[in-house]
Every structure is written in structure tokens, then in C-alpha cells.
Design a protein around this ligand. Structure first.
Ligand SMILES: [Zn+2]
Length: 299
């Protein structure tokens, strides 16, 4: 029913996935990846005997650059409809604010990491609300509004198969370690737990993560780890933030701590390194510090 295309982000295997769905009326993609891996996406299509023109629909879980950065380029190459959360939709049509926000996180690494972000032609955008039913290449998917990682996040359910974007966190093949992407600017911890609970109650047969691939084994056990590690990471940063530690001081400490957790969960050194590529510590600490600072201001 679907293939996983490894986008070989930053030359690494199994860090960012794009899902190629085969339907009765063509094919659809869930996630495009960033602009920097457009050639890998094309190679992945060709390897499966597909051309850009076979893609009728593109679904992005949210508009962060590692998930949707190539959406504009793919829209132009395919003419496909691009399905996106209603909050994210304006930023695909005009990415200037999104790019300015990313620039603050990634600085001079922007181009190397993400490549070009072209606007998606407005007439190709399909705006999604919670529980919308999508006909993509003749397949029926349900959009699940799942905030927490971002305010503009959808998971997609194709019968029992759930494409989770980042709401079910990152877990690289060969390890049970679950690592939470907590980037600035709009993570929301209670909303994240509520979204995980929503997935849990749907009892999906499989969770398919953008970072990376299907969760083999028990999806509910994975979701429990998402909850637990979100709490553990938040507590680690909150404690130091409360004690007045700077973000810069926290990052190396966090990097060592989270690598230790991954090792306990059976990740080898290569996998630990790839976790850091998929979900960098500076991004996680930065997002959590911003979250706690914002919460304290509004308290
Ligand atoms: Zn994201």
C-alpha cells in the first residue's frame, strides 16, 4: 500500500522519510522533506517506477522545513494538490515569516540544512480542519488535528495506518529510544499529551514516523514512551532553567544526558549521532526554554 522513501538528509540514512502511497487513481506523498533533499525524493520515485506526474496529492503533517520545505517545488513539478492544516496553509503560500523564524533557529546553516523553500501556488493548496476526509489518489485518509509539537500539526489515518509526523516523536530503526522534537516557537506540552492520548484511543495498527519509519511492535508502548520522555526532557530543562542556567550552558549537558538515555535504550554510537541530526539538542533545549519563559510571563 505504501513505500518509504529515505531522503538521506545530510548524507545520513533513515533520518527523514517521505511516504509514497499507491492509490487506485495515482499516488500520493505524505511529507516532501526539505528542499535540500528534493533530488533524493525524485530518485526515490524513479526507483519505484514513478514520475512526478504520477503524484496527484501531497499531504504535509506540518509546515516545518524538514517536513514541508520542498512542498512548493513538488507542487510545481507535479501539479498536485497540497493538503495542509489551516493554520499552516498561509505560510505555504507565503513562507516569508516561516523562513524568518527558522533563520533565528538555524542561522547560517539554513541553506545547507534546508535548501530552497518555494511558495506553494495558492490554487493548489487544500486547507484542512480536524476530521476532514481527504481523497488522495483514490485513498481515503482522515486528518487528525494533533497540536503539541506545533500548533499546525495533522496526523493522517489511512484505515489503521497512522502517519504521525512529529506528534509521536522520533524513533530511529534499530532502537526503541524515543526522542521528542521540541523546537521553538510553539510547542505545548499539555496539548502534546492530549494528542498522544487521542492517537492511543484510536488504537492504530501502526505508527509511521517521519523520523523514521514504522514502529514495529506495540504502538501503544511507543506512545507511552512518548509521554514519559516528553516529561523527562521537560523536567531536565525546567530544573536548570529555574536555577538560572543559560541555554548555551544547558545544551552540552542535555546532549550528554540524552545520548546516555539513547544508549540505555540500545542505540549504538552511529544511531545516537543520527538522532542528533534528526532532532538536534540545541533545538530541543531552545524550544523548551522558550516554552517555560513564555508560560512564566503569562502566569
Ligand atoms: Zn516539526
Amino acid at each position: 500500500m505504501f513505500d518509504i522513501i529515505d531522503l538521506h538528509f545530510q548524507g545520513q540514512r533513515e533520518v527523514i522519510a517521505s511516504y509514497l502511497l499507491h492509490g487506485p487513481r495515482g499516488a500520493a506523498l505524505v511529507e516532501t522533506g526539505p528542499g535540500s533533499t528534493l533530488a533524493a525524493l525524485e530518485a526515490g520515485l524513479h526507483a519505484r517506477g514513478m514520475e512526478w506526474r504520477d503524484i496527484t496529492d501531497v499531504l504535509v503533517t506540518h509546515i516545518h522545513l524538514d517536513h514541508a520545505g520542498a512542498a512548493g517545488a513538488v507542487a510545481r513539478l507535479t501539479g498536485a494538490r497540497v493538503h495542509v492544516h489551516w493554520v499552516g496553509a498561509p505560510h505555504l503560500a507565503d513562507p516569508s515569516r516561516l523562513l524568518a523564524s527558522a533563520q533565528r533557529i538555524y542561522g547560517d546553516q539554513m541553506d545547507t540544512l534546508w535548501g530552497e523553500f518555494l511558495p506553494v501556488p495558492a490554487e493548489q493548496i487544500v486547507i484542512l480542519h480536524d476530521n476532514d476526509v481527504i481523497d488522495a489518489a483514490g485513498l481515503r485518509l482522515v486528518a487528525l488535528d494533533t497540536p503539541g509539537h506545533a500548533s499546525h500539526h495533522m496526523a493522517y489515518l489511512l484505515e489503521g495506518v497512522c502517519f504521525t509526523g512529529d506528534i509521536a516523536a522520533a524513533r530511529l530503526p534499530g532502537s526503541a529510544h524515543v526522542r521528542l522534537p521540541t523546537p521553538p516557537p510553539d510547542i505545548d506540552i499539555p496539548a502534546w499529551h492530549a494528542s498522544v492520548d487521542r492517537l492511543r484511543r484510536l488504537r492504530p495498527d501502526s505508527l509511521n514516523l517521519t523520523h523514521f519509519g514504522p514502529v514495529t511492535g506495540d504502538p501503544l508502548a511507543h506512545l507511552n514512551r512518548v509521554d514519559a520522555n516528553l516529561e523527562a526532557m521537560a523536567a531536565f530543562v525546567h530544573e536548570r532553567w529555574q536555577a538560572g542556567a543559560s541555554t548555551e550552558a544547558m545544551i552540552p549537558e542535555f546532549t550528554t544526558w540524552i545520548a546516555g538515555l539513547a544508549a540505555q535504550d540500545g542505540a549504538d554510537d552511529d544511531t545516537i549521532e543520527r538522532y542528533e541530526v534528526a532532532v538536534p539538542s540545541y533545538m530541543e533545549v531552545g524550544g523548551l526554554v522558550r516554552y517555560f519563559t513564555k508560560a512564566a510571563r503569562s502566569a
